[in-house]
Structure formats: C-alpha cells, structure tokens
Write a protein of this length. Structure first.
Lengths: 409, 240
C-alpha cells in the first residue's frame, strides 16, 4: 500500500512538474501561429524524453551514477568539459527564464512591474533549495503544478471543433501565412522545450538523492511512462487553447497575458486565478530543478560532493555553484531582457546541445557493467537510435535555422 | 609517468610504421603489493587503433548489448585494434612510443602469449579513468583525473599504478591543451605541494562503478578547495 501510494505520488509529481516556462512559451506561441500544425512535434518530443529519462533513471538506480558522471566516463574529460560549458550556459539561461517567468506571473496577478519581483522570487527559490528536503520540495511544487489541468478544462469549455483540431494536427506543413523555415524553427524549439537536457540531469540526480535502487525501477517506469505523457497532454492543451482562441484572431503569444487568454475566455476569472497559481508552482518547481541542475552538472564533472541528501556544509562547492547560478540568472533578468525572448533562446540552444547528453546515456544503458541484466530492450534501442539520429540532425540545423529565420521573427 | 601521457600518443614499430594511437592501457592485478589494496595493478599491454573514437565508449566490447547500428559501425572501425605487450616497448619518446621489433601488417596481438595474467584485468582508460572517488563514509572525494604509474621491483618489470591523481594539477593538462598546462603550472606554484593531489592506491578498498577508499576524505589532504569554500562562504550562511 505504501509502495502504491509512493508510485501514485511520483506520477502526480512528474505530471504536474512536466511543464515549465519553456513548454508554456513554445506551445502557446506555436499554437497561436501554426494552429495544431506542429502538434506532432510535441508527441515526438514527449516520446523522446520518456525514452531517455527512463534510461537515465534506470542507470542511476542500478549503478548510482547520474547522467553527468556517465558523460565524463564515456566521452572523456575533454569532450565532457565542452558539454559542461554548453550545458551550464543553457542551464543558467533557463534559470533566468524561469525566474523571469515567475516574476511575470506575479506581475499578471498584482499589476506591479515584474522587475520588482525578480530578486524576491529568486531569493524564495534559493531558500527552498537551502532549507527544504528534496522529496518534499519536489512533491509540493510538482503536485501544485497539477492546477495547470485548468488549461485542459478551459479547452473543453471552449467547445472547439474537435474534428478540425485533429485534422489540423494530422497535417504536416506550415499554414499559408507562414513559411517552411519558420515552421521548422518552431519544430526545433518544441523539441528543445520537451527534451531540455536539464530534465535528465535532474531526474537522474534525483534518483540518487532519493537513494533509488533496483527495487525502485517500478517507480522509475511509472513516473516516466505515465507522468511525462500526461504532462505532455497539458502541453498539447496549451497549444490547442492558443490555436482555438488566438490564431483565428491573429493574436501572437508574445506575452504571458496573451498565453493566459484561452483560459480567461473559457473559464473566466476563477479559471485565471487557478491558472496563475498552477503556472507559478510549475515554473517554481522548474526554477528549483534548473538551479540544482547547474550544481549537479558541475559537481558531477569534477567529482565534488553534491546533493541535498547531505548537509550544505558537506557539499560546499555544490551549493556555491547553485547560489552563483541563481545570482547570475538574476543579473541577466535585471538587464531587462524580455524573459520570453530569454526562454526562446534557452530552448533553441538546448536543442543544439541534445546529442552530447543523450548519446552517452544510450551507450551506458546497454552496458552490463552499469545496469547488469537490465540493459535496453531491442525496441528501446531501435527507437533510441532513431532519436539519436534525429537529435543530431536537429542540433546541426538549429543554429542555421535560427539565423535564417531571425529566431522565428 | 602519468596514464594520460600515454593516451593519444602514436605507436610505431621498429621500422617506423605507425600502428595508430594508444587508446587504452591494459592493467592486470598481479603486481607488487601496495598497502592494504594487496597486489597492485601493473601495466600489461598497450591498446592501439586508428581512428580513435569508440574505444573510450566501450563500444568495441562483446558484452555491450547494442544498439546494433552503433556496434556494427564500431566493430568495423576497430577491426584494426592492435594489442602490444609492455615488454615489446623499446622507447618512450616525445610524442610516440617505439617498439623493439618490426610487426607484420596483420599482427593484432604482439607478445601477449609470454605473459600469463595472474589477476583481474582492467582497461585503465575505460574502467578507471574519470570515475568517481568515494570515501569510506560514502562522501565524494573527486574524480580519477589521472593515474600515477611508477617503476618498482626488478629492472625491466612493467610500471604499476601507484596513485590516483586528482584536482586541477592532474585534470587541466588533459582538458585544455596549452592553456591546461599553463593552469597546471600556476596551480603548482600556488598550491603548497608542487604536484597534483594524489591518493595512494594502497588505501583503495574496492573498484566498482566508482573507486571506494578505506579512509575519510578529510584525512587525505585533498579537500583544500572544498574546505576553503566551506570556511569562507557556506558556513557563514545560517542553517548550513
């Protein structure tokens, strides 16, 4: 019974914690510009993260080795260092995007300028990391994030033409108002948003934080196979809401307030209030995850003690890195860069860095010296390999597409 | 001598024909005893191949289960792996290792038959380098940034693994080329000891997916940076 409850709670946490500022922005923007024309990319992204998060969780549970240990062990110190620098850069950008996003949500609720809220929310993020136990932290914010289900309810209340949404989702290619390059650029952004590397850094390190062993493989599978796809459905609901409400009216989703419109139209003020709380919780949990991931990756590269399962003074350098990345992120947001733009860059650059992180995971998940008997099945390997090729193509295409389309402008 | 000094170095036979670059150093646990670790790991052979990718990934090993396209590619690439016993090495020069005899072009295993291996075999680059070091209390103490290989015992005997090297003095030269050598040199001047931090292999308890030590990390004299950050930053924050 206890085990069942734990698994159930894990699924809810993965479900509510799946969506972050990157998913919110990418899905609302593409919904507003392309309708459901890019929905299939979300499905591809979710399958990808499910596949690789399961592998990284399994490797961590059985061998005790989180993802960045594996990257260094398999790619060697030099390439791992390049990966570390790239990942850390993207990670800090993402922390900045999340903190900016949190401040924007409060601005929506209070009408006070978001810049005022940036230092406060950042301080709150750091205090939670410093004081709150890992499992409590993860569950409280993840499960509160479930309030985002309001986006799906609002969509249902809008009573859209479901047949048309489905047929739009089934057709590949840009609408008449957009060109192929922009279409592909946003496809890359959606993949980056769904598969951001910090998710596997955090997920595998979390497995070590919670002292997972082979006995927890069931929890791993439940989290990933149920929680993540449910979270992916929320992404699709956000996209569909934008497709139904924003696209026909020609409204772009450049601001968080526009992204909230579908819920406001579908459910009114109460819906909006629930949405704000849900967004705040989901983005807050992502802010915790990304800040911690900065510490995880650096500490795991250098072999320093990391983790919240020891007292901060026993993992001093880890906590210093976490603190510094929050400080740098705050600095970035306070330059008054638009946090939504920051988010767009962080997910697109994530897409470019994907193969370096996912390749070693695929290799090690096949290595009995790490996972014993529990190596990948043939199916996992077949799909995993196809994804590796796909991610390689995506990473090569990302930067040229970004320059060509002027970042989707 | 450091392990990383071998990796990537080219290897040529007596006639000067290049066999490829050294990708790994095979060790066997039957060297002269070291501390409580028992028999030490000593160098058995050098593993060379060209081109270079893939060995560190372990993709050439039979036991790896897939994915098959990767295995197939790397099996072809590594059909040319040459394993040369240590006693066939003639000289270790600036950027190459020279062998004492001329090899046939199809020779894949050179001099291995005269050395019956009496203990556990390990490929240092694949199974030891870059692994996590964990102390007796389960606290993390750094990575195996490099290995110190030393000659011991009778003349002509192969070098053995004497110590794990870690910290900037060991890692920087491996990662950043010239800049790294410079960092290591600066570190050597700034640090109290001119050499990189070292942990004797005599206090290694077990080698698994990580290297487990018999001592707490604070007794090893390698936690300088961690201690500094704790004293000057972290312990000043309430609740640390």
């Amino acid at each position: 019974m206890k085990k069942f409850f734990e698994i159930f709670l894990g699924i809810l946490t993965a479900f509510g914690g799946f969506v972050d500022i990157g998913d919110l922005v990418a899905n609302a923007e593409t919904g507003a510009r392309f309708g459901m024309g890019l929905a299939w990319v979300v499905v591809i992204g979710v399958i990808g993260i499910v596949l690789y998060a399961e592998m990284s969780g399994r490797v961590a549970a059985i061998s005790g080795r989180p993802v960045f240990d594996v990257i260094r062990e398999r790619l060697g110190a030099r390439i791992a260092l390049i990966d570390l620098v790239a990942s850390l850069l993207i990670n800090v950008l993402t922390v900045a995007a999340e903190i900016g996003g949190l401040a924007l949500v409060i601005q929506l609720a209070t009408d006070l300028n978001y810049l005022l809220w940036v230092p406060l929310t950042a301080a709150a993020v750091w205090i939670v990391i410093w004081k709150v136990r890992f499992s409590v932290m993860e569950k409280v914010f993840g499960i509160t994030g479930l309030l985002l289900v309001v986006t799906a309810v609002a969509l249902w209340r809008l009573d859209p033409d479901w047949g048309r949404l489905l047929s739009d989702a089934a057709s590949v290619g840009p609408p008449a108002t957009e060109n192929w390059a922009t279409y592909l650029f946003f496809a890359v952004a959606l993949i980056g948003a769904a598969m951001t590397p910090y998710e596997v850094f955090f997920f595998s390190s979390g497995a070590v934080e919670e002292h997972w062993t082979r006995r927890d493989l069931m929890v791993n599978r439940a989290n990933v196979y149920l929680g993540f796809p449910l979270g992916g459905l929320l992404s699709l609901a956000i996209m569909a809401g934008a497709a139904v409400v924003l696209e026909p009216r020609g409204i772009d989703a450049d601001h968080l307030s526009q992204m909230a419109l579908p819920v406001a139209v579908g459910l009114g003020r109460i819906g909006l209030a629930i949405l704000y709380v849900g967004m705040f919780a989901a983005i807050f949990s992502a802010a915790l995850e990304t800040s911690l991931s900065a510490g995880y990756t650096v500490a795991q590269f250098y072999g320093w003690q990391w983790g919240k399962y020891v007292r901060p003074r026993e993992a001093s350098r880890f906590h210093l890195v976490v603190l510094l990345s929050i400080v740098v992120a705050v600095g970035l947001v306070l330059t008054t860069i638009d946090p939504i733009k920051l988010t767009e860059y962080s997910i697109v650059l994530s897409a470019a860095a994907l193969p370096l992180t996912y390749f070693p995971i695929l290799v090690v998940a096949n290595d009995p010296s790490y996972v014993g008997e529990s190596t990948n099945s043939r199916l996992t390997n077949a799909v995993g390999f196809v994804y590796l090729v796909l991610l390689l193509v995506v990473s090569i295409a990302t930067i040229p597409l970004m320059i060509w389309t002027r970042a989707g402008a | 001598m450091r392990l990383a000094g071998f990796l990537g170095r080219s290897i040529v036979d007596r006639s000067g024909r290049e066999l490829g670059a050294i990708h790994d150093v095979r060790l066997v646990k039957d060297g002269p005893p070291i501390g409580s670790f028992g028999a030490s790991y000593r160098v058995h052979s050098l593993i060379a191949a060209s081109p270079s990718i893939g060995v560190r990934l372990g993709l050439h090993r039979e036991e790896l289960k897939g994915p098959w396209p990767l295995k197939a590619i790397f099996r072809r690439v590594h059909a040319g792996i040459v394993t040369v016993h240590w006693n066939r090495v003639w000289s270790i020069e600036e950027d190459l290792v020279r062998l004492r005899s001329v090899l046939r072009t199809d020779e894949r295993e050179v001099g291995l038959e005269d050395d019956p291996m009496g203990g556990t075999i390990m490929d240092a680059g694949l199974q030891l380098l870059d692994r996590q070091v964990v102390d007796v209390e389960g606290r993390m103490a750094g990575k195996v940034d490099d290995l110190d290989l030393e000659y011991s015992g009778e003349p002509g005997a192969p070098p053995r693994v004497a110590a794990i090297l870690l910290g900037p003095g060991a890692l920087a030269p491996r990662t950043a080329g010239r800049l790294g050598e410079w960092i290591a040199a600066v570190y050597g001047r700034v640090a109290e000891e001119p050499h990189p931090n070292a942990i004797s292999f005599g206090v290694v308890k077990r080698i698994d997916n990580h290297v487990e030590l018999m001592l707490p990390r604070d007794d090893l004299g390698i936690m300088g940076l961690e201690d500094w950050v704790r004293t000057h930053v972290i312990s000043k924050i309430p609740g640390s």
